[in-house]
Write a protein that binds this ligand. Structure first.
Ligand SMILES: O=c1[nH]c(=O)c2[nH]c(=O)[nH]c2[nH]1
Length: 308
């Protein structure tokens, strides 16, 4: 069929590759475990596989999966930023027609158990759905772009949050409040200044874990201590503080659902007081939810551009 269409963008690879790596310290008998879910999508001179059915340019997604396991065996998987960079670089170094690899590594929590008051050498627990995420785009032309983040960190505060002064018109029913429950699932990420190559990532290796710790600590401390005027204002303060604390970042991004807890009028039952200052029993809402996003960059406007 004659066609005036063309492939304007393409990437392919393996998604949801689950990997667990153990590290066993022979001297101390202390083990650590790292469980990851990895995605690796390739780009390059691959259009003929789509347009002509020519598979000679296709590194099979099964081979990509195998490469993820072998790379995990032969290299450190911590910090995940380095692992993602090494994995992505393998593909552009090995296949001349592959020009970029987009790697995402989701690291799941396995926190060491404390047993009889002591850290246990080889037992761990899943203390929450929070993950540490890394996205690395390793490209022949542009080097390595890395974004690190936290996802699924669920938090709630029972006071210290207000929301008033918003637009009131014929569409408004929400009352203003000076004291409400605030809850969200934190999705925060920070984009590093570009790295030229894997060696540059290796040179920065000591920065990744402290940045994650700082970002997590800032998120929790700000959330707890801020007298919040809104989700928007609280998240902006978090972004500003992370930019200040981690100098090698160029951008911080938050995406926060506003998980609503409705007050419940129980006055119909014997005049029970359960609203305003008497509110104790609330109704958690699963949907709909607010969704508030922002990206904060260094310097001053007009450098606006969106990664949201
Ligand atoms: O922090 C908030 N920001 C909003 O934009 C908003 N909108 C809303 O209904 N409640 C809230 N809360």
């Amino acid at each position: 069929m004659a066609s005036s269409a063309y492939v304007s963008a393409a990437r392919y690879g393996k998604d949801n590759v689950r990997v667990l790596k153990t590290d066993r310290d022979a001297a101390t008998g202390v083990h650590t475990v790292t469980e990851m879910t990895v995605s690796c999508l390739l780009e390059g001179d691959i259009d003929v596989s789509y347009t002509k059915g020519d598979n000679s340019v296709v590194v099979a997604t099964d081979s990509i999966k195998n490469t993820i396991f072998i790379t995990a065996k032969q290299n450190p998987v911590n910090p995940p930023e380095l692992f993602a960079a090494i994995l992505g670089a393998h593909f552009i170094d090995t296949y001349s027609h592959i020009h970029a690899a987009n790697v995402k590594v989701i690291t799941h929590r396995w926190t060491r158990m404390t047993i009889r008051g002591k850290p246990h050498p080889h037992s761990f627990l899943r203390d929450g759905q929070e993950t540490r995420n890394v996205e690395a785009r390793v490209s022949r032309k542009d080097g390595i772009a890395i974004t690190s983040g936290i996802e699924g960190l669920t938090v709630l505060k029972s006071t210290g949050s207000a929301f008033h002064g918003f637009v009131r018109d014929e569409f408004t029913t929400l009352p203003e409040t000076w004291d409400r429950i605030l809850s969200t699932d934190v999705d925060a990420s920070w984009k590093w200044k570009p790295f030229a190559n894997v060696q540059a990532v290796r040179d920065a290796v000591s920065k990744f874990n402290p940045a994650w710790e700082e970002a997590r600590e800032i998120t929790l401390t700000r959330f707890a201590e801020d007298e919040s005027a809104s989700v928007q204002n609280t998240m902006y303060k978090m972004c500003e503080q992370i930019l200040a604390a981690v100098p090698d970042t160029e951008l911080v991004i938050y995406s926060l659902p506003n998980k609503h807890f409705f007050e419940l009028d129980l006055s119909w039952h014997k005049g029970i007081k359960n609203t305003g200052k008497d509110a104790e029993v609330y109704v958690p809402q699963s949907n709909p939810n607010g969704l508030i996003k922002c990206e904060v960059a260094r310097g001053s406007p007009p450098n606006r551009g969106s990664h949201l």
